[in-house]
Structures are given as structure tokens and as C-alpha cells.
Design a binder for this molecule. Structure first.
Ligand code: 6MZ
Length: 331
């Protein structure tokens, strides 16, 4: 698996690495089931061998792919990994452990190695309430919330994701899942309800070439405060976003886009366009379990010289870290 961020990080001086690590920053786009530390997932499988044996080998196969490092030919292959992960986190106990380990991975010092500082100062974790034979959606949510609430509100909060593959339920504020599934229209009422009740919206939008401008414009009509990826915006949607610079920000997940092959090279990444047009940006990881990345590595991609990174000056990188904190929903 290509380690975009790791290579960028390795190319930096010790001073630059320390600079990135010390920057106070926010992680705003991290999917719970996509960010479970691999060792935690392995431990859960060892503790519950019945999960692996009862799944016709699908869980064992999924775990093996994650252990070896994922190579994706296109973005849809990414979504095929989740049934295996979901089988492993299908009980309240396993979900609790996975949530605890995932939050710790971002917020606790030492989680990326002895003596290493915490990856970020503020975390907005997102997840899709999911029922299984062992728990209801409510239990799922309560289990995750129990862990999130162990932290102060200015440290860790939860975003509830709506999955495009599921029927709309009025619970929350992120739209995610296979980008071509479902119809954006079906979610508008839920989005409006969420907004009316004081929740802000973050929507995965225009993530693939196949997403139509119509789909994108429908999602923008819901007035999201943040956009996930926003890779393939066209003329009309671009101008809507640019006209809302004061109230909209884009969550940028560099390694995710490169590994899912929705963006070919870092030099061509749309982040440069957003930067030169002054739209607030938050650098995020997306799914650290699958992409084997970290927030520090994502920032290394900003600082490292081309072709490994974008070669941005420290001043800009520090400004982006500040921006990530400013566009958090805790403000
Ligand atoms: C769209 C994504 C995603 O919610 O079960 N997910 N949806 N685009 C992406 N970019 C590559 N990365 C993750 O976390 C896993 C779920 O998050 C969504 C998918 O629906 C995936 O099943 P939770 O905690």
C-alpha cells in the first residue's frame, strides 16, 4: 500500500516534524469504524472467535486485507471492507472497546508511539447508528456516546452520520456511504429537521466523478456548514460554495482521496484550488484503519516539498491548523 503521508513525513527535517506535532489542531472528519486501531480490531477478533467462524470466512478475509495494507483500484472497493469491520463491532462490548481505542488514538499522548504527543487537541468523531442482532440503533448510539462523554465538550464530540444506503432516519448531521447510493432528495427533510433543532450539517459531497451536479446542488440546498471531500464540484456548485465562504468549510482528506484514486496526484488535489480561493479548510484523516494514516502525516503532506507534498510554508500550515479549530461545531 502506498504510504503517501509516511513518505512526506520521512522527507521532513526533525524540526519540521516537531513543528507539525506541536501545532494545536482539530480532527473533524474521522469515521469511527474506519479509524479503529488495527491492534484493537485484532484483539476483538481473538476475544470473539465465533464472529470469525460464523461469517463464512468473510471477517477473516477482511481482517487479512486490513493487516496486509489495502490497495484499492477504485473507491467502491473501499466500501466493500466495511461488512467485515461491522461484524467485529456488532456487540455493545466490542463497540465500546473500539470506540474507546479510537478516541484514545486521536486524543491521548503516546498512542502513536512512546513519548509522542496526542494527534490533536479537539476531535469530532462521526459514526452511523447501526443495528445488529445484538443491539438496537439506540444502544449503538448510547454505547458510543458513553465513551465520547468521558471527555470534555471542548475536547471530543460526536457527529451522527446518515448512510446513503439506509432509509432516512431523523437522527443527524453527516451524509456518508457509497457516493452513488440513494437519492439526495430523500434526506432533505431530515437535514432540515436537524438544522432546525440546532444541529449543523456536514455532507460528503461530489466525492466521485459519477456524482452529478444535480446531486451536489441538492445537497448544497440543505445549507451544510461543512463539506466532506467536495472533489468534483462543477461550475454552478463551485460558485454556490464560493459565495458561502463565510459559513462553509471543506474537510480535506488527502491520503483518502489519493488511495481511493479519486485524485491522481497530490499536485492535482483540489486543496490548492480551495486555498487560493480562500475557503476555510480542515485537514482530516477519514479512515485511519484502512488508509494507515495519521493527522501528523496528513499535515506532513502539506509541508513536504513536491512531489511528496505540497511544499506549503509553515505559516500557511499553522494557519490551516487554526482554521480546523475554528470550523469545529463546538464553536
Ligand atoms: C463516504 C465514507 C468514507 O459510520 O460505521 N465512510 N463514506 N466516503 C468516504 N471516503 C472514503 N469513509 C468512511 O464508519 C464507517 C462508514 O463511514 C462511511 C461509510 O459509510 C462506512 O461504512 P461508521 O462508524
Amino acid at each position: 500500500m502506498h504510504d503517501f503521508g509516511g513518505e512526506a513525513l520521512a522527507s521532513l527535517s526533525t524540526e519540521d516534524v516537531d513543528f507539525i506535532k506541536a501545532l494545536p489542531k482539530a480532527e473533524l472528519h474521522a469515521h469511527l469504524n474506519g479509524c479503529i486501531p488495527l491492534e484493537c480490531l485484532q484483539e476483538l477478533v481473538n476475544q470473539h472467535p465465533e464472529i470469525t467462524s460464523g461469517s463464512d470466512g468473510a471477517v477473516a478475509k477482511g481482517l487479512k486485507i486490513l493487516e496486509q495494507g489495502v490497495v484499492l483500484n477504485e473507491i467502491n472497493e473501499f466500501f466493500d471492507l466495511f461488512p467485515a469491520i461491522y461484524a467485529i463491532t456488532s456487540t455493545p462490548d466490542a463497540l465500546k472497546k473500539a470506540t474507546r481505542a479510537t478516541i484514545a488514538q486521536f486524543l491521548e499522548p503516546g498512542s502513536l508511539g512512546a513519548g509522542e504527543p496526542a494527534q490533536c487537541t479537539y476531535l469530532e468523531l462521526r459514526t452511523t447508528p447501526r443495528e445488529s442482532s445484538f443491539m438496537s440503533k439506540r444502544e449503538y448510539l448510547e454505547t458510543v456516546l458513553d465513551e465520547v462523554e468521558k471527555y470534555d465538550k471542548d475536547k471530543c464530540n460526536l457527529i451522527i452520520s446518515l448512510d446513503r444506503r439506509m432509509s432516512p432516519v431523523v437522527v443527524g448531521v453527516d451524509l456518508c456511504g457509497t457516493p452513488m447510493a440513494g437519492k439526495a432528495d430523500d434526506f432533505l427533510a431530515a437535514f432540515e429537521y436537524a438544522r432546525e433543532n440546532g444541529l449543523k450539517l456536514t455532507l460528503h459531497i461530489a466525492e466521485t466523478k459519477e456524482n452529478t451536479e444535480e446531486d451536489t446542488m441538492t445537497l448544497l440546498s440543505a445549507k451544510p456548514a461543512r463539506l466532506g471531500h467536495a472533489t468534483f464540484l462543477h461550475e454552478e456548485s463551485l460558485s454556490v460554495v464560493l459565495n458561502h465562504k463565510e459559513t462553509m468549510a471543506v474537510e480535506i482528506c488527502l491520503s483518502s482521496n489519493l488511495l481511493c484514486k479519486t485524485v491522481e496526484t497530490i499536485a492535482e488535489h483540489h486543496i490548492s484550488w480551495w486555498l487560493s480561493n480562500g475557503l476555510p479548510i480542515a485537514i482530516c484523516t477519514d479512515d485511519t484503519l484502512v488508509f494507515r494514516n495519521s493527522l501528523v502525516e496528513e499535515y506532513a503532506l502539506l509541508l513536504a516539498a513536491p512531489p511528496l507534498g505540497l511544499g506549503l510554508p509553515r505559516e500557511t500550515v499553522a494557519q490551516m491548523a487554526r482554521m480546523s479549530l475554528q470550523v469545529g461545531f463546538h464553536q
